[in-house]
Design a protein around this ligand. Structure first.
Ligand code: ADP
Ligand code: MG
Length: 300
């Protein structure tokens, strides 16, 4: 495209809240034949809510919540915000509003799995089953039962391990964005196929994909696995767009022909992407591809 055409299209995009970083993305987007979507925070609202909590240990609910709050205090993940909010509410029935919560030491993010940190002498892990496996925490039958019951209800189970044992868990729901199904079916009508890649569990991922009409699902995928999926599709000769919001999506956003970040997402994802959807509305995936199609057809 001519520099002028790129400038016009970029300006038009910007006025609609679609930030296109340079001509390359604009020139590639019209070729996209597959759009790969992250789930949490991309297809779903990214405002998950805790709908259940259980203890598998002798800690009081207050002690348990204190440790969860400390471990998740510095996490940017939407699930972390929901869990912290819920844990604070559970604590507030026992203490005054002004009382301080502690923050964990040696805080670590395990992308696509959870977080860890030390609270006093105790090592606290908050995340999914893979985090437990990676850290050699046994997941017993009682915990397994809670996980499968939670996942059958299309909820994500967040496990909390304290000092080497699963001490409790939260059930988290995350509603899909109202425009998701409409956008997926419109993409299909444009001859573009849809795929979900998520770090979340298979049961929840499959149920959500079915609800909104996504054709293919890859669940329990770590950040590098997401990027590998993109490369697999590219070797088959298709131009691929990736839409994501998290730190865990950044390798895939970079690998894709066109990386699109959700504006409400993390800075890491926004930096890794070629296009930023400022309104965090999935309709703008179509806006971006459309803009590219129109710009490129005007040139030829
Ligand atoms: P998605 O790929 O759908 O955006 P992520 O890869 O960000 O999901 O996370 C995958 C899973 O890892 C989540 O569903 C959750 O179970 C777990 N997880 C990741 N980060 C956290 C966290 N900070 N606290 C609790 N669980 C987490
Ligand atoms: Mg996400």
């Amino acid at each position: 495209a001519t520099p002028t055409a790129v400038m016009v299209a970029t300006g038009k995009g910007a006025s609609q809240g679609v930030l296109i970083k340079g001509g390359n993305a604009l020139e590639k987007a019209h070729k996209v034949k597959t759009v790969v979507f992250d789930k949490t925070g991309t297809l779903t609202s990214g405002k998950p809510a805790v709908v259940g909590a259980v203890l598998f240990s002798k800690f009081s609910m207050e002690e348990f919540c204190d440790m969860v709050i400390a471990a998740e205090a510095n996490s940017e993940h939407p699930i972390a915000k929901a869990v912290v909010g819920h844990a604070k509410k559970l604590c507030q029935t026992h203490r005054s509003q002004t009382e301080q919560f502690t923050e964990a030491k040696d805080f670590e993010v395990h992308p696509g799995a959870g977080v860890s940190g030390k609270v006093g002498e105790k090592l606290v892990l908050v995340g999914n089953k893979r985090l437990m496996w990676d850290c050699n925490i046994p997941v017993g039958p009682e915990v397994e039962k809670y996980i499968s019951e939670t996942e059958q209800l299309v909820r994500t189970c967040v496990l909390v391990a304290i000092d080497g044992r699963v001490a409790g868990a939260f059930a988290v729901t995350d509603p899909v964005k109202p425009e998701a199904a409409r956008v997926i079916s419109f993409l299909h009508s444009m001859g573009i196929s849809s795929i979900m890649v998520t770090g979340d569990n298979w049961a929840t991922a499959t149920a959500i994909a079915k609800e909104i009409g996504i054709q293919k699902v890859f669940a329990e995928t770590d950040p590098l696995g997401k990027a590998r999926k993109i490369k697999d599709l590219q070797t088959k000769g298709t131009a691929v767009a990736m839409v994501g919001d998290g730190i865990n999506d950044s390798p895939a956003l970079v690998a894709a022909d066109v990386g699109m970040a959700i504006g409400a997402g993390t800075n890491v994802a926004i930096e890794a992407a070629d296009i930023v959807l400022m309104k965090s509305n999935l309709e703008d995936v179509i806006t971006a591809i459309d803009l590219s199609r129109k710009t490129m057809s005007r040139i030829r």
